[in-house]
Design a protein around this ligand. Structure first.
Ligand SMILES: [Zn+2]
Length: 261
């Protein structure tokens, strides 16, 4: 019992304010949230600087400028939904790594493997929108909170006695970095990020139909039996592709208007 209490005490400051429950702005879904947005941003920032040290940053100015250009437009579309964002878009030189992620605080990482597969700016934009939607919907924070509750409630209270362990939990929650193991987002998080992210892309003037072509390509890729981490956490199911097709229809006027500007 004493150990359990000590563990709890160790967890409290790391979790920031116990805010309990919040609502996802875009969808109105309520979620468990035991971490404040500022604590989340702080951990996102720390994680991002760690990843930048561990991974090889791409030197190619043309590719960097391209991701920067797409990112700037998506960031403008996200606007106040991520009020404290200090946007940063970094390309990692790893042609075999099919991965992309976004962290709280507005930190976005793209691996060259995924950029090469995506081909068009529209396809890159829908992936970026999706990843940023995980952040605006605070999916990592939610998962972190769920993990924390499980740790507190379960027998495995050894977790959280070290700061490192807690940070690890958090990193896992956002699936950042190419070398870390990842927990898959739940299907409901994926569906929510698809809907919210596609709206960001359309608002930024990118064709929402690109999500369909991109995921079809991903589906073809998944047949190759390659161990692709991002793919394993983002299954390109027929159901997902059909849903994206439906979601793109009402977004076409949004996209056309943004493009005409
Ligand atoms: Zn996702």
């Amino acid at each position: 019992m004493k150990r359990f209490l000590l563990t709890l005490l160790a967890l409290v400051p790391l979790a920031g304010l116990f805010t309990g429950c919040t609502t996802v702005q875009e969808t109105g879904r309520s979620q468990v949230m035991l971490i404040s947005p500022s604590a989340e941003s702080q951990m996102g920032l720390q994680a991002f600087s760690q990843i930048k040290q561990e991974e090889k940053i791409l030197k190619d100015p043309a590719v960097n400028a391209r991701i920067q250009r797409i990112g700037t437009r998506i960031a403008a579309a996200v606007g106040r939904e991520l009020p404290d964002a200090k946007w940063e878009f970094v390309v990692f030189d790893a042609p075999d790594t099919l991965n992309a992620f976004a962290l709280p605080g507005g930190k976005v990482g793209f691996y060259t493997g995924l950029i090469n597969l995506a081909e068009s700016d529209d396809e890159i934009a829908v992936v970026m929108g999706h990843e940023i939607a995980h952040v605006t919907s605070r999916h990592g924070g939610e998962r972190y909170s769920q993990n924390l509750l499980a740790a507190i409630g379960g027998a495995a209270v050894a977790i959280g006695t070290k700061d490192d362990k807690n940070k690890e939990l958090y990193l896992l929650a956002y699936g950042a970095g190419s070398t870390l193991t990842t927990l898959a987002y739940s299907r409901s998080h994926e569906t929510e990020a698809d809907a919210v992210g596609l709206r960001f892309a359309a608002k930024a003037g990118y064709d929402p139909r690109a999500a369909v072509t991109f995921w079809r390509k991903m589906a073809a890729k998944s047949g190759g039996g390659e161990p692709l981490k991002w793919l394993s956490t983002h299954p390109p199911t027929g159901e997902r592709i059909a849903n994206l097709q439906r979601l793109a229809v009402p977004l076409m006027p949004v996209y056309e208007a943004a493009k005409a500007r």
